[in-house]
Design a protein around this ligand. Structure first.
Ligand code: ADP
Length: 420
């Protein structure tokens, strides 16, 4: 029976949250999309939706369906996870989804705290900062899908919600959990539905987590989850675990599949190229997913070898990406490469690869979908934000390891380090 049931509005955010929970001693499984069967065994379940920018009505429906599955599994507490930059519009989706969950769980009230001090996201007097800049002057005001033009989260959440929004100010948070609990009681009595919580350091997040022990629903970034596992240990519900990130041993071949064109990924390919067999596919010269997959299939035969990964990359520098986009259109160019990468992933698994690193958020999405992976048990991190995970796709029912890396993550030696 899971103690904590989480609903995340995007995939990499879900992984980030799951990693945080593993670090704090909870065995955690990430489920991809609304589950269509019984949930796996874990201390915490994180359901990864793709609901950040879909219409609010659909985001609510998916989040409630995820909530039902977690309730049916017996989850004791719920966390709605969104981005640490509060990515949303005045129409939603954070407020509407949170209000629907408050209603379903009969919670009456929820804390809202996207702070993530390690990544420079802090909240003071209800205002969200990214580094030293207000959210609205951080570059996020120009985000293509969710431009954030107001750094005052009390106002932002207020515009998205029917209920009213209060503040748990710095001066209270600084005093610790007991003071926060008293403030929450006052806010509830005043009829507030939400309170933005100030937090500048991890110590503030830990105090907030402790104060939220009895809350049916908490909302925020991955940081607000840091203090929750200790509540369960204190209540005698969670044993002390040294091995929350332990994954089953897996043999088989190792491979890297890169579809991210970020600077970090290009650097990682550059370093790996000198040390392990590397195939760089040229999508501009061969704008045909099936032909690219065929090239990779022919190349991998004879290259796969125990103890050494191979790298297959479609990644290209900006000029070449733009040239392909000019030729095919932006969406078709992305889809072409994603289709090829998904096909190559299936071929790699068929050829005996059981440890696979995928670079690129969208690329990871298409690979996971093609392999039919429905859930990932979260292991230890290779680099911050990128854990090894264990999955049992139909094509590898005995299990395989997957590391799904968002483009910009990981040090330069990430691809080789992953297999050490
Ligand atoms: P990131 O995490 O770095 O954003 P994604 O996988 O999310 O990486 O996005 C990269 C996108 O670029 C994918 O849609 C991928 O298919 C596409 N892509 C990869 N290589 C090329 C290329 N050579 N030309 C055009 N598009 C490409």
């Amino acid at each position: 029976m899971p103690l904590l049931g989480c609903i995340a509005d995007d995939f990499t955010g879900a992984t980030d949250l799951a990693s945080t929970l593993v670090r704090q001693g909870m065995r955690t499984v990430q489920v991809i999309g609304v589950p269509n069967g019984p949930l796996p065994e874990a201390d915490a379940i994180v359901i990864a939706l793709k609901s950040r920018t879909i219409p609010a009505r659909e985001a609510i429906a998916q989040s409630l369906a995820a909530c039902e599955a977690l309730l049916a599994a017996g989850a004791k507490q719920f966390l709605f996870k969104y981005c640490s930059t509060f990515d949303s519009t005045d129409e939603g989706n954070i407020g509407p989804v949170a209000e629907a969950l408050i209603k379903r769980l009969d919670a009456g009230f929820a804390v809202a705290c996207p702070a993530f001090p390690t990544n420079g996201r802090t909240i003071f007097q209800g205002h969200l900062f990214v580094g030293s800049a207000l959210l609205s002057e951080s570059g996020m005001e120009n985000h293509p899908l969710t431009p954030m033009r107001d750094a005052n989260l009390i106002r932002v959440l207020g515009r998205q919600s029917e209920g009213s929004v209060g503040l748990i100010p710095f001066a209270v948070v600084e005093q610790g959990a007991a003071a926060i609990r008293r403030e929450v009681t006052k806010l509830r009595e005043a009829g507030r539905r939400f309170a933005i919580a100030d937090a500048i350091t991890d110590a503030h997040l830990m105090a907030l987590g402790e104060a939220c022990a009895g809350h049916a629903l908490i909302t925020g970034g991955s940081g607000i989850a840091m203090g929750l596992p200790e509540n369960f240990r204190r209540a005698g519900l969670l044993p002390s675990r040294e091995d929350a990130g332990a994954l089953p041993e897996v043999g088989g071949f190792a491979a890297v599949l890169a579809g991210s064109c970020s600077r970090a990924t290009l650097g990682q390919i550059g370093l790996a190229r000198d040390q392990v067999p590397t195939l760089e596919l040229d999508a501009l010269a061969t704008p045909d997913a099936a032909a690219l997959a065929r090239q990779a299939r022919e190349w991998m035969a004879g290259k796969l070898e125990a103890g050494r990964p191979v790298v297959i990359a479609a990644s290209a520098p900006t000029e070449r990406v733009q040239a392909l986009q000019a030729k095919l259109g932006r969406d078709a160019a992305g889809a072409l490469v994603e289709d090829a990468m998904a096909e190559i992933a299936a071929d790699l698994v068929a050829a005996g690869v059981r440890r696979l690193v995928v670079a690129g958020g969208e690329t990871s999405g298409s690979v996971v979908q093609r392999l039919g992976v429905q859930s990932l048990r979260i292991g230890a991190e290779i680099d911050p934000g990128v854990p090894w995970t264990h999955a049992r796709p139909d094509s590898a029912p005995e299990g395989m390891l997957l590391a799904l890396k968002s483009g910009n993550f990981g040090a330069r030696d990430f691809f080789l380090k992953a297999f050490r």
